[in-house]
Ligand binder design. Structure first.
Ligand code: HEC
Length: 136
């Protein structure tokens, strides 16, 4: 058994870690929390894909990708890898190709923020939860 003050310190550290974890996960992703939580695929993301991507990733299936199949969160959910590539391509400004109309920075961010929060926020929270018991 640990001496009492140390035990209390350990407990305090654990509480702090939980607090920090929760704080971080909230601060990390969205620059504007309200806008972030309000992004809805069908309303905010799909129209951007339609405007900037369907020309090649629709009927033409460039790169083997047809984005028309993604209508909402449910139809997007199974294809995390495709959205991960979308994220990378958008962030690297590789898509759309530079000869084509580009989304505004805000539009680009709407898509990347949605992908990050929908696919990767859950993973970040899981990691925090898994790490705590061994650390405390
Ligand atoms: C002018 C046609 C064109 C437009 C518009 C376009 N793409 Fe592409 N895209 C391509 C072609 C061609 C490929 C396959 C060859 C390549 O990777 O360069 C591709 C490949 C991709 C890939 C797969 C890359 C990989 O790493 O495997 C992704 C993801 C992608 N595009 C996302 C997008 C997104 C998101 C948009 C809209 C914001 C978009 N593209 C708009 C032509 C286009």
């Amino acid at each position: 058994m640990l001496p009492r003050p140390i035990l209390i310190l350990v407990l305090l550290a654990a509480v702090l870690a939980v607090g920090l974890g929760a704080g971080l996960s909230k601060r990390d992703l969205p620059r504007q929390p309200d806008k972030h939580s309000a992004i809805v695929f069908a309303r905010d993301v799909q129209p951007l894909l339609e405007r900037y991507c369907y020309g090649c990733h629709g009927e033409k299936k460039k790169g083997g990708l047809d984005f028309r199949i993604y209508r909402d969160e449910n139809t997007a959910a199974p294809d995390r890898l495709v959205f991960e590539k979308m994220l990378k391509n958008l962030e690297a400004h590789e898509m759309p190709p530079e000869s084509k109309p580009q989304p505004t920075p805000a539009e680009r961010e709407t898509i990347t923020t949605w992908v990050n929060s929908f696919f990767f926020r859950a993973i970040a929270l899981t990691l925090i939860r898994v790490e705590l018991p061994s650390g405390g």
